[in-house]
Design a binder for this molecule. Structure first.
Ligand code: FAD
Ligand code: NAP
Length: 431
């Protein structure tokens, strides 16, 4: 089997290093392409971080397969214009390359994208673009992963890659969550998900219902206000809203610091006290807080607190109305669960995202079928069985992705070295 692996490996190895497009041509021949290094699915920040860490370890370069035509497609295409990183840059930088010093604490989306491009250039990472991974399964006979792709531009461009290590980096936000609301087909106004929302300029003068009060929903409401639209926000459940900064420090940074010294419940009490002093009682404005504190809720259920960037002020001064959950939609009106009916011109679904791993990763127990996240909670979700890894599924944003990437590279380096030692100690006869 090793012999076969080597033979296959040799023929495609050259092509792999010389010209990636050649691989796609080869794929039409339907022979599997052996990749001597790890295959990474997804060229977002997580995939890039994993590739860079592996490269630094001196392991044979990994191959990144990406469905889009560019790096970090989520950031390029699915985010709104006014977006900035919501945590200070030191918590968002990828391993081995800090952000440039001249960037502001909260870089804009364009600055973050420029950083990612520079990062890929620095580590000479060249993903294979426009290839969607449609299935990946461990072959127990040859003890390798078989990863099948389909061309995005030409569907008939299919390929099969064979590898020892498979790194899942398709993201927590791979697909939009679009709820089915009664009467949705009847509503005559525009309905867009936040992944397609760019700016409030197209909603100027309109009554817009924003569904969902995560960070996206809250910020889109503010953007709509700034563009002279009239937003209303659907809040169907409890939510923690925290100021982005406290005592001159980022709330996130301060929390991380306090957690080193104090138990989580104490830190939560501190955050809630500070929030009350700075923002007032949010329940007064229809934003009731959950019973659990923000950090405990995040740890137990992965629910991210909202970091307020100015939306609350607009809620307080009545420019953004808060509504209860939706019961049903009609032609140009929305009925809420409390019986109120109001007219709207458009709706923005800020209803979040989901992982797509269960749709393509087969025969593995590492990821839950239900939510597409690793079954083992942080910090143990990064490693599965048979050389399978996950990067960027910690519900801890870019910081979590960096932690995963470093661990994965160390682990693969370990098995890479063990294998090399085995080959040296037990060389195969030449004939
Ligand atoms: C609006 C918004 C703002 C955010 N802001 C922050 C922030 O400020 N700080 C923070 O830490 N986090 C933030 N996040 C969380 C975000 O998930 C991470 O910042 C980051 O994008 C995660 O990187 P990733 O590589 O894991 O996932 P992604 O960036 O989603 O990249 C995954 C890549 O995999 C590709 N892919 C998916 N499926 C396949 C497939 N089957 N085959 C091939 N390729 C595939 C996708 O095209 C994509 O390019 C934000 C998220 C959103 C939606
Ligand atoms: N850099 C930044 O400033 C920034 C900006 C935006 C987003 N982000 C990050 O991006 C990720 C995704 O954020 P997100 O806000 O898009 O999604 P999210 O955090 O998953 O929030 C989705 C919201 O939609 C609500 N919702 C879902 N279905 C609904 C329905 N049918 N009716 C009413 N409400 C519904 C949810 O309510 P329930 O809780 O009741 O389910 C939740 O409040 C998060 O990690 C977030 O922190 C960062």
């Amino acid at each position: 089997m090793d012999y076969l692996k080597e033979l296959e490996g040799k023929s495609v190895h050259d092509c792999y290093h010389h010209h990636q497009q050649q691989q796609i041509k080869m794929s039409k021949m339907a022979s599997p392409i052996f990749v001597p290094g790890p295959v990474i699915v997804g060229a977002g920040p997580s995939g890039l971080a994993a590739a860079a860490c592996l490269k630094q370890k001196g392991i044979i370069p990994s191959l990144i397969l990406e469905r889009a035509q560019c790096l970090a497609s989520m950031w390029q295409f699915k985010t709104y214009d006014r977006l900035r990183l919501h945590l200070p840059k030191q918590f968002c930088q990828l391993p081995l390359m800090p952000f440039p010093k001249n960037l502001p604490s909260y870089p804009t989306k364009q600055q973050f994208l420029a950083y990612l491009k520079a990062y890929a250039d620095h580590f000479d990472i060249k993903p294979v673009f426009s290839q969607t991974v449609v299935s990946a399964e461990f072959d127990h006979v040859c003890q390798l992963w078989r990863v099948k792709t389909r061309g995005v531009i030409k569907k008939e461009d299919t390929a099969e890659y064979v590898c020892q290590w498979l790194i899942v980096a398709t993201g927590e936000c791979a697909e939009e969550v679009v709820p089915q609301i009664e009467g949705m087909g009847e509503f005559e106004g525009q309905i867009v998900h936040t992944s397609k929302y760019k700016s409030g300029s197209m909603f100027c003068g309109k009554n817009v219902l924003v569904v969902g009060c995560g960070n996206s929903g809250m910020e889109v409401c503010l953007d709509l206000c700034n563009h002279n639209a009239r937003p209303s926000l659907v809040v169907r459940d409890t939510v923690h809203i925290l100021p982005q900064q406290m005592l001159g420090k980022s709330t996130f940074g301060l929390s991380m610091f306090l957690l080193k010294w104090f138990p989580i419940r104490f830190v939560d009490q501190f955050l809630l006290l500070m929030s009350h002093l700075m923002l007032g009682d949010t329940a007064q404005f229809g934003l009731r807080r959950p019973k659990l504190g923000p950090l405990e809720l995040k740890n137990l259920y992965g629910k991210t607190p909202v970091l307020d960037v100015g939306t609350l002020t607009q809620i307080k001064n009545g420019k953004i109305k808060v509504c209860r959950g939706i019961k049903r939609l009609a032609r140009n009106a929305v009925e809420f669960v409390d019986g109120k009916v109001e007219n709207f011109d458009a709706m923005v679904l800020a209803t979040g995202y989901k992982s797509n791993v269960p749709s393509w990763l087969k025969g593995s127990d590492m990821f839950s079928e239900k939510d597409g996240f690793p079954r083992k909670p942080f910090p143990n979700g990064w490693k599965g069985e048979n050389g399978l890894y996950a990067v960027g599924f910690t519900k801890r944003g870019l910081l979590g992705a960096s932690i995963d990437a470093k661990r994965i590279a160390e682990d693969i380096e370990h098995s890479w070295k063990a294998e090399a030692k085995h080959v040296l100690e037990f060389p195969r006869p030449l004939a």
